[in-house]
Design a protein around this ligand. Structure first.
Ligand code: AMP
Ligand code: ZN
Length: 138
């Protein structure tokens, strides 16, 4: 994907502050960090959404997240990390190449939990939703 900014970083065509290079994954600092140490973990192969990842790419991506989460937290002296993926246009994903955000967190840093991004407009009962998902899973 020649027009994709993350593919261009993977190809070395544009600079990034790279913190890890692996056969199927790279990780670099977000250019507009939400906090010091905000890292993006990115599969080398271009796919837009998590559900389009090949199984081996998905394995490599999550393993890289596992490897990075502790060192990123320790390097910044953080208390924890928020780890998340914007997955699809409607979620606020701005770069349509899968990436996992690792954002260091500190007590009292003023940021919320994942729950705080949702207004909690729920219309359907749990059993109905559960049945719909199980039916689609097959
Ligand atoms: P998302 O909203 O999940 O698609 O996040 C995309 C992230 O990529 C944003 O946090 C941007 O700050 C970051 N970003 C965009 N361009 C670059 C770049 N050239 N190098 C590093 N991070 C970038
Ligand atoms: Zn790409």
């Amino acid at each position: 994907m020649s027009g994709c900014i993350f593919c261009r970083i993977v190809a070395g065509e544009i600079p990034a502050e790279i913190v890890a290079r692996e056969p199927e994954v790279i990780a670099f600092l977000d250019v507009q960090p939400l906090a010091d140490g905000h890292v993006l973990v990115v599969p080398r192969a271009h796919v837009a959404r998590v559900e389009e990842l090949a199984p081996a790419a998905a394995d490599a991506l999550f393993r890289a997240v596992l490897r990075l989460a502790g060192p990123v937290r320790e390097a910044l002296g953080a208390a924890g990390t928020t780890i998340g993926v914007n997955n699809g246009d409607a979620t606020g994903q701005t770069i349509p190449h899968v990436h996992v955000h690792i954002v260091p967190r500190w007590e009292g840093d003023g940021a919320g939990s994942v729950h705080t991004i949702f207004p909690r407009h729920v219309k359907r009962k749990l059993p109905e939703v559960g049945a719909a998902i199980r039916k689609t899973l097959g």
